[in-house]
Ligand binder design. Structure first.
Ligand code: ADE
Ligand code: ZN
Length: 335
């Protein structure tokens, strides 16, 4: 099944570019920027990746980000990710970045955005991987700060396709950001939000009803609410599910208990994604491999997940049809 997954054309829709910062590259860029990391070695840093909950991870994730200083750093980070996923037959990526995580420590919005964007453009030219950039608001900060961030983005609508919501979920419901998301919608951005990773099903309702999201990032706690499951299924609202993230952050206690089969049985439009692969132990194919057993190692089921990723992407109908046809012909040749 590993080789079938490896060759399957697929899209990645839930990926924090700062979460692809591998320890080796972090040490290299720290040296280049004259920064001393609070870890002695790559191995010592790896050992720190032991999380009981989302906040444990976020503390280390924000610390790692401090190393990113120049446009070249953001370019190198993004390029390293593209080389990995090119080898995994990923055909389209929609990438999150956290502008406030950079601006608040003195790195300009444009430094981050331009570095990420020029690498993605180079990746499209060289590998044919199409892309979109989604900027996320940090939900532990206030709505005024998110408004300022949105203001910065308005000059870069040619580079940013959407707006999302991430960081510490508990205590920071979507309702806190209703105003800024209304403005983002008016400005024509696509809308997504992390909801129901740790937070209650109520946060998923708020993301749908108040933010008017087009995809739910994670959405695990919808499993506790049959009426919500029915609604997500009726609306065919895509969920960007991240299996290795879920076990690493103890959202799910063991992969064998992952809700993916129940999500599919409930008729949800599920996609598979890697979230923060440098921290969670695997890129996109590793995430497909992690859940393959749960769907009976069935090639049609795996192909359906890949097709869902194209259906849920912010691309044209013609692009979706072209990419889904590639999945169908791959399945026909490899069944
Ligand atoms: N930022 C990066 N990864 C995240 C996740 N899984 N949940 C919330 N915020 C994040
Ligand atoms: Zn995420």
């Amino acid at each position: 099944m590993k080789s079938f997954i490896a060759g399957l054309p697929k899209a990645e829709l839930h990926l924090h570019i700062e979460g692809t910062f591998e320890p080796e590259l972090m040490f290299k860029l720290a040296e280049r920027n004259g920064i001393t990391l609070p870890y002695e070695s790559v191995e010592a840093l790896h050992k720190a990746y032991d999380f009981n909950q989302l906040q444990d991870f976020l503390d280390i994730y924000y610390q790692g980000m401090n190393v990113l200083q120049t446009e070249q750093d953001f370019y190198d980070l993004t390029w390293a990710y593209l080389e990995k996923v090119n080898a995994e037959n990923v055909r389209h990526v929609e990438i999150f970045f956290d502008p406030q995580g950079h601006v608040d420590r003195g790195v300009a919005f444009e430094t981050a955005l331009n570095g990420i964007h020029s690498a993605l453009q180079a990746g499209q030219d060289k590998f044919g991987i199409t892309f979109g950039i989604i900027m996320c608001f940090l939900r532990h900060l206030d709505e005024d700060d998110a408004f300022k961030t949105l203001e910065s983005a308005l000059a870069h609508k040619d580079k940013i396709i959407g707006v999302g919501l991430d960081s510490s979920e508990m205590g920071h419901p979507p309702s806190k950001f209703q105003g800024v998301f209304a403005k983002a919608r008016e400005e024509g951005f696509h809308i997504v939000a992390h909801a129901g990773e740790e937070g209650p099903a109520e946060y998923i309702y708020e993301a749908l009803d108040l933010l008017k999201v087009e995809r739910i990032d994670h959405g695990n706690t919808s499993m506790r609410d049959p009426a919500l499951l029915k609604r997500l299924s009726d609306e065919q609202m895509p969920l960007t599910v991240c299996p290795l993230s879920n076990t690493k952050l103890c959202v799910v206690d063991d992969m064998k208990n992952h809700p993916l089969p129940n999500m599919l049985a409930a008729g949800l439009k599920v996609t598979i994604n890697s979230d923060d692969p440098a921290y969670f132990g695997g890129y996109l194919n590793a995430n497909y491999e992690a859940i393959s057993d749960l769907i009976n190692n069935d090639k049609e089921n795996l192909a359906q997940l890949a097709k869902n990723s194209f259906d849920a992407a912010f691309i044209s109908v013609a692009e979706k049809q072209r990419l889904n046809a590639d999945v169908d012909s791959y399945l026909a040749k490899n069944s």
